[in-house]
Design a protein around this ligand. Structure first.
Ligand SMILES: [Ca+2]
Length: 193
C-alpha cells in the first residue's frame, strides 16, 4: 500500500514537471537550404542547380500527434501564376512497414490543390486527409489521421516539391541539398507524442 502511494506521488510530481504540450506530439523539424532547387530535364533526367524561389522548401515540421500526422512546410515562395503545375509529395513509412504516399497537385484551374493518399504502387487508399496551401504565407499544411497509417508507434517521413513550366521540372527534396534521387530522403524515426 505504501509502495503504491509512493508511486502515485512520484507520478503526480512527474506530471507537474512535464512542460505544457509535451504529451501532445513528437515532432521533427527539417531546415532545408535556400537556393537548392534542382532543374530537371524530363527528357534526359539531367540535373542542374537553379536559384528559383518558387517551390524552394526552407523548413518542414513533421508532427506525429495522438490522432494524426501533420506536415507544416514553409517555402521561400509559392506562386500560382502562369501555366505551371505544382505538386507536393510526402513519403511515410512506419514501424509496421506500412508505406504510403501523399500527393497534393495544384494547377491553374485548381490552385487550392487536390490531395491523394496512395500505396507506393500508385493504388489509391481511402483516407480522410486534408490539406491547405497558403500562397500568401508560402506554406503547406497536410494532415493524415493515424488510423490511415494503422496507428504506428513511429513513422519516418520524406517531403519534396515539384513544379514545371512546360520544358523543365523544378524539384526540391526537403532532406537533400541540391540533389534529387528516385526516392525522397526519410527523416529519423518520429515516435507518437
Ligand atoms: Ca530548399
Amino acid at each position: 500500500m505504501r509502495r503504491t502511494a509512493a508511486r502515485l506521488v512520484a507520478l503526480a510530481v512527474a506530471a507537474t514537471l512535464l512542460p505544457a504540450g509535451a504529451a501532445n506530439a513528437a515532432e521533427h523539424t527539417v531546415r532545408d537550404a535556400r537556393g537548392d532547387v534542382v532543374a530537371v530535364n524530363p527528357e534526359t533526367d539531367e540535373q542542374t542547380p537553379s536559384d528559383v524561389a518558387n517551390g524552394d522548401i526552407v523548413r518542414a515540421r513533421f508532427i506525429h500527434g495522438q490522432r494524426a500526422f501533420v506536415l507544416r512546410a514553409k517555402f521561400r515562395s509559392l506562386d500560382r501564376k502562369g501555366s505551371v503545375v505544382r505538386g507536393d509529395f510526402i513519403r511515410i513509412t512506419t514501424n509496421d512497414r506500412v508505406r504510403r504516399n501523399v500527393e497534393v497537385w495544384a494547377a491553374p484551374a485548381n490552385w487550392d490543390g487536390t490531395a491523394h493518399f496512395k500505396r507506393p504502387n500508385g493504388d489509391v487508399v481511402m483516407c480522410q486527409i486534408s490539406h491547405r496551401i497558403n500562397y500568401g504565407k508560402n506554406t503547406l499544411t497536410v494532415r493524415v489521421p493515424r488510423t490511415c497509417l494503422q496507428n504506428p508507434r513511429w513513422i519516418r517521413v520524406g517531403f519534396g516539391s515539384v513544379w514545371g513550366d512546360g520544358s523543365t521540372l523544378f524539384m526540391d527534396d526537403a532532406q537533400r541539398n541540391g540533389t534529387i534521387k528516385g526516392k525522397l530522403a526519410l527523416s529519423p524515426r518520429i515516435r507518437r507524442g
